[in-house]
Design a protein around this ligand. Structure first.
Ligand code: RM4
Ligand code: MN
Ligand code: MN
Length: 430
């Protein structure tokens, strides 16, 4: 697409807002100084924060009922990268792109890589897909993939993962994520223990094929598409599997993959403590795996998760190196806008978590002062850090107000002209 969201355009929009931002930033700086916090250090941290975008996140999502495509939807992986580039230009925290194979399998890895690198983007974790059938595929995944009862299906699924590793190598990726939809819809449908054994056997093969310097991530999910039992249903099973697999295997936490009300920050703390936290697929949910925008429903939970992450970062837990990605389904919004605001929500929670007075909190915990311990967290959580986020974006060359700047640019309208809709109108997760 010839249309570019230029630096000049962003700077012109920022010019309208900079004076007020400077005022707010200075005021917040004075407030924080009273609490012993240095606003400049927090802004540096905000500028250093990174979260990857999944290639499937820039397309309009859908439910099993329907999908309502946005105008100007990207029709191929190159157009997806163009949209990722827009998000990156405006928020500056999202240079990594996570590819889903085969949805975004390129004809030439070298061409795709240079297309991304020319925009300052790189390829983050690879994602395999053995939860749906592809045209011409020999075996079906209707009844599972890596844990299937038929060894031929398992072999095909392992082979697909090997291909992802090979492609990822050419793209410069350094990790591979395996999520399987394997499970049972009815009690008795599958032998629960044997299915997990078969899964592990297949995963051992994938692990053995892992290139040097790579990490392998697995992702648990309590239900869907299987509605009675899933093979990797919870973090305990996931943790057991990554321990079995070896030191380069880690457990990934997708926020939507737990029962309602589960204490996810505690799962995070456990995985950190056991040296097995891979990182996150961020999203938010109300009733199930709703894949809503990060921070839209339960911002306090997001903050509490970051509180654990920042605590681990500051106490220099050995080997702590979590990978972050947004895994959301944008069904009713413009995906570019959702991704930008979600990325900002993560930075917000991250900066707020850095505002926690950890010495004070530790003393209150030591004294078993439940009420004031909560206040230590609430003081950080209720601080409006927006001027820090906006200043961080501005200093990094991004937009003070990403959504307004994006809308003013007319990018979506131009994309709609340049990318006439294709026939893909069906239902589906992404
Ligand atoms: C799954 C899981 C995976 C994602 C697919 C599309 O629920 O979250 O990470 O790749 O959806
Ligand atoms: Mn996920
Ligand atoms: Mn999911």
């Amino acid at each position: 697409m010839p249309f570019e969201l230029t630096h000049e355009r962003i700077a012109a929009e920022n010019g309208k807002r900079l004076k007020w931002l400077e005022e707010d930033y200075e005021h917040l700086g004075r407030q924080l100084a009273r609490r012993g916090a240095d606003i400049e250090k927090l802004t540096e941290r905000a500028m250093a924060f990174r979260v990857a975008i999944p290639s499937w996140g820039v397309g309009t999502g859908g439910t099993r009922f329907a999908r309502f495509p946005n105008p100007g939807e990207p029709r191929n992986v190159f157009e997806k990268i163009e949209d990722c580039d827009v998000v990156f230009k405006l928020v500056r925290t999202t240079p990594g792109i996570s590819l889903h194979i085969p949805w975004d399998k390129p004809e030439s890895a070298a061409e795709l890589r240079s297309f991304a690198e020319a925009r300052g983007l790189f390829f983050d974790s690879m994602n395999s897909n053995t939860f749906e059938d592809q045209p011409g595929q020999a075996c079906s995944y209707k009844f599972g993939s890596l844990s299937h009862t038929d060894p031929a299906v398992r072999r095909q699924a392992v082979e697909h993962n090997r291909e992802c590793l090979e492609l990822g190598g050419k793209l410069g990726a350094r990790s591979h994520t395996v999520w399987v939809g394997d499970g049972g819809n009815f009690p008795g449908q599958m032998h629960l223990r044997k299915a997990l054994e078969r899964y592990l056997d297949s995963m051992r093969e994938i692990y053995r094929a892992l290139p040097q310097g790579w990490r392998l991530f697995i992702e648990h999910k309590l239900y869907e598409p299987a509605f009675y039992s899933t093979v990797i249903n919870d973090w305990g099973t996931s943790y057991y599997c990554v321990r079995e697999l070896g030191e380069r295997a880690f457990s990934l936490v997708d926020l939507g993959h737990h029962a309602p009300n589960v204490n996810i920050e505690m799962i995070v703390a456990r995985l950190i403590q056991f040296g097995k936290l891979a990182g996150f697929h961020f999203n938010d949910s109300k009733y199930g795996d709703d894949d809503l925008d990060s921070g839209s429903i339960k911002p306090f939970q997001l903050f509490l998760i970051f509180n654990e992450l920042v605590d681990a970062e500051l106490s220099r837990v050995p080997g702590f190196d979590p990978a972050y990605m947004l895994d959301q389904s944008h069904n009713v919004t413009d995906p570019v806008e959702s991704l930008m605001t979600s990325a900002a929500e993560l930075v917000r929670a991250y900066v707020q978590a850095h505002l926690v007075d950890r010495e004070q909190l530790a003393a209150r915990q030591q004294a078993n002062d439940a009420l004031l311990a909560l206040q230590s967290l609430k003081q950080a959580f209720t601080t409006d850090v927006e001027p820090i986020l906006a200043m961080a974006r501005h200093r990094a060359g991004g937009a003070i107000d990403p959504v307004t700047t994006y809308r003013a640019s007319g990018y979506r309208q131009r994309a709609a002209q340049a990318r006439p809709a294709t026939a893909r109108l069906g239902a589906g997760i992404v």
